[in-house]
Design a protein around this ligand. Structure first.
Ligand SMILES: *[C@@H]1O[C@H](CO)[C@@H](O)[C@H](O)[C@H]1NC(C)=O
Ligand SMILES: *[C@@H]1O[C@H](CO)[C@@H](O)[C@H](O)[C@H]1NC(C)=O
Ligand SMILES: *[C@@H]1O[C@H](CO)[C@@H](O)[C@H](O)[C@H]1NC(C)=O
Ligand SMILES: *[C@@H]1O[C@H](CO)[C@@H](O)[C@H](O)[C@H]1NC(C)=O
Ligand SMILES: *[C@@H]1O[C@H](CO)[C@@H](O)[C@H](O)[C@H]1NC(C)=O
Length: 402
């Protein structure tokens, strides 16, 4: 099919993510030739190998699907460190931020729909939909910032970064300046694969339409972590939000009226997702892998290899070095809250020494089913809780359903 105006107009709609159902009926063959022409044209401005597009059919998209404070930054980095992969750290932040500023309450379904649309566009290396979630409205497809840009190698390296060489994480936003989304999209297409991490999708079922989309070859890595550890990490990290929990932690007495529903939600979301996955629906076949953070932390190189095998990515030798460097290092005192550079075997069990037993008991009561589904043992006493030579992680093998 020719790259006609009509097809271009449809592509504009596609990039706005407006008519999802209409686009769905647009076949792959109708889209690709036109895209190729547009990309090649834009690409003439760029030099050398950057212009060689990867065949869309051979691309893999990876979603790191997790809850907040469950080790997803580390898992995301395992993809970011691979030069074949474009990695984005929580692009859905922009959607939620925009929606949360809206005056009227927004239906959860609409929000989840907007999340999916953005993920799908990004996975197709179309970054323009991000513009809808930026204020003020961007001009010429250039945006002043992208949330946690520093976590993405591709966005901190030329040509997306205006600097001549790769800029380190903490200086990226400042030194690389604005983001030209056209350039980001082109760069994305020259990478073999794409990975996105998000903590904003509550359950696997909300990803179904993406998994069924024939244009994507999407693989989900569902990262879970002991909910007691998740809670500990949140109290420790988000000091202001979790004041009441700190009081509870230091006094052992639960503050009156403390709302525990968010703990319940973490566990319900975990359970609902794994129950869906364990029931082996055809839309998850070959596309879902459950990973416990604790297993990843205990033997990161091996687990990372398994993950790479599952998604079908080639292992890179220097990933081993990166993992070793970033899991055994001594934590610096001014450690960044989101850093991935820490002693992972040590931090995994930290909560057992630093969370009040009464809190542990409450989480266990709320999450009994979930803990047992995921192979996390409950404790009945303080000595049992604090004795780190007794592991609470039952050996489990969660084989991907192929
Ligand atoms: C691994 O090697 C590739 C290619 O030489 C390089 O682009 C990438 O930055 C390296 N990654 C790490 C983590 O050293
Ligand atoms: C963004 O990058 C594209 C591709 O290199 C280029 O054609 C365009 O002029 C750039 N936009 C701006 C505003 O610099
Ligand atoms: C990491 O923590 C483990 C468990 O506490 C300890 O055995 C190991 O020596 C630590 N490694 C470093 C480099 O601090
Ligand atoms: C809870 O209290 C203990 C003992 O007072 C302390 O060591 C720990 O850091 C506290 N935990 C959090 C998450 O603040
Ligand atoms: C801790 O657990 C280990 C293994 O179960 C046990 O041998 C040891 O006696 C326990 N230590 C204490 C102080 O209870």
């Amino acid at each position: 099919m020719e790259c006609s105006w009509k097809v271009l107009a449809l592509l504009v709609f596609a990039s706005l993510g407006i008519q999802y159902t209409a686009i769905k009926s647009l076949s792959m063959t109708a889209m690709s030739p036109c895209r190729d022409v547009t990309i090649k044209k834009r690409c003439q401005h760029l030099k050398g190998s950057l212009c060689e597009d990867v065949n869309p059919q051979s691309r893999t998209q990876i979603l790191v699907f997790a809850a907040s404070r469950s080790g997803s930054s580390f898992l995301g980095q395992l993809f970011n460190q691979n030069s074949d992969v474009v990695y984005l750290f929580e692009p859905l932040y922009h959607v939620q931020h925009m929606f949360s500023k809206a005056k009227s309450t927004i239906d959860r379904r609409s929000l989840l729909g907007a999340y999916r649309d953005l993920l799908r566009n990004l996975f197709e290396c179309d970054f323009y939909l991000l513009e809808n979630y930026m204020n003020p409205t961007p001009k010429d497809h250039v945006v002043p910032f992208i949330f946690r840009r520093g976590a993405s190698n591709a966005l901190c390296s030329p040509p997306v970064c205006e600097h001549l060489e790769r800029v380190e994480e903490s200086l990226c936003s400042k030194k690389c300046k604005r983001v030209n989304l056209t350039l980001a999209s082109i760069t994305c297409r020259t990478h073999k694969h794409m990975a996105i991490k998000t903590i904003r999708i509550p359950e696997i079922k909300y990803l179904r339409t993406l998994l069924e989309d024939p244009r994507l070859n999407l693989k989900i890595i569902h990262l879970v972590r002991d909910p007691r550890a998740v809670l500990f990490s949140r109290i420790y990290t988000f000091v202001d939000q979790y004041r009441a929990y700190q009081i509870w932690n230091s006094s052992g007495r639960k503050p009156h009226n403390l709302d525990l529903s968010f703990i319940q939600n973490i566990c319900t979301d975990y359970s609902n997702s794994v129950e869906t996955a364990f029931s082996k629906p055809s839309w998850l076949r070959g596309k879902y892998m459950l990973v416990r953070y604790e297993d990843l932390a205990r033997d990161p190189v091996r687990k990372a290899n398994e993950i790479y095998n599952f998604v079908g990515l080639e292992w890179k030798e220097n990933l081993t070095a990166w993992i070793e460097e970033n899991t055994n290092a001594v934590v610096p005192s001014n450690v960044n809250k989101y850093t991935t550079n820490r002693n992972s075997s040590k931090t995994t069990d930290n909560w057992r020494l630093r969370l009040n037993f009464n809190i542990v008991k409450s989480v266990q009561e709320l999450c009994r089913t979930t803990l047992s589904q995921l192979g996390y043992q409950v404790v009945d006493s303080i000595p049992q809780l604090r004795n780190l030579s007794q592991s609470l992680i039952e050996p489990r093998v969660f084989l991907p359903f192929l």
